[in-house]
Design a protein around this ligand. Structure first.
Ligand code: URA
Length: 210
């Protein structure tokens, strides 16, 4: 088994994921469910954030209490479907910084090509949470992590909604230091790289483009 794989089998997340898989689920419902699951996954993925004790004054007394320490977390969304997870994660991390990475697959070489990249400064001191709903072949996530590491980032976690065994293998072979958080691992990929049984094309279902 992959040591860095965290399967988040919370009943609320699994229930919402089943609704998302259903082909009859509308675009607006799909969007709302993705945001809700991302928020719940955000809670899980931030479980080990470091804290520090700070001095505060309650209405009754001075005391010391814990707060999250260190530079602000950065949530990096893989365009375009990662956008659907941003608002949910930002509900639990409202002060987080946000980065975006855009990749497309070259039709000849089938390799991911970067067309957009914007992240905050001082990435070397930040915890990075990379979000993309579907970990299918894993090729674009490997490329996204490689690009993020070029900024000096050392602490990267990847959060998705659904993973295929092939994608988990590819990502953990290329970046064994990156923890993967997913609610479910499906059976396989089909000949077009879609996760089976999956939920179809996450971007199309999220934006109603099909
Ligand atoms: N991307 C998707 O949106 N769906 C899949 O099943 C695989 C990749």
């Amino acid at each position: 088994m992959t040591p860095n794989l965290h399967i988040v089998e919370h009943p609320l997340i699994l229930h919402k994921l089943t609704l998302m898989r259903d082909k009859e689920t509308s675009t607006s419902k799909f969007r709302a469910l993705l945001e809700e699951i991302a928020m719940l996954m955000g809670y899980e993925v931030t479980r080990d954030l470091p804290t520090e004790m700070v001095e505060i004054e309650t209405p009754l007394a001075r005391t010391r209490a814990p707060m999250v320490a260190g530079k602000k977390v950065v949530v990096v969304s893989v365009l375009r479907a990662g956008t659907g997870m941003l608002d949910g994660i930002l509900k639990v991390l409202p002060a987080a910084r946000v980065g975006h990475i855009g990749l497309y697959r070259d039709p000849k070489t089938l390799q991911p090509i970067e067309y957009y990249f914007k992240v905050p400064a001082q990435m070397d001191t930040r915890q990075v949470i990379l979000v993309d709903p579907m970990l299918a072949t894993g090729n674009s996530i490997v490329a996204a992590v490689t690009r993020i590491k070029q900024t000096g980032a050392k602490h990267i976690k990847f959060v998705c909604l659904l993973a295929a065994p092939e994608g988990i293998r590819t990502l953990s072979a290329a970046h064994p230091d990156v923890a993967i958080y997913t609610p479910a691992v499906d059976e396989r990929l089909d000949d077009h790289g879609y996760i089976v049984p999956g939920l179809g094309d996450a971007g199309d279902r999220l934006f109603g483009t099909k």
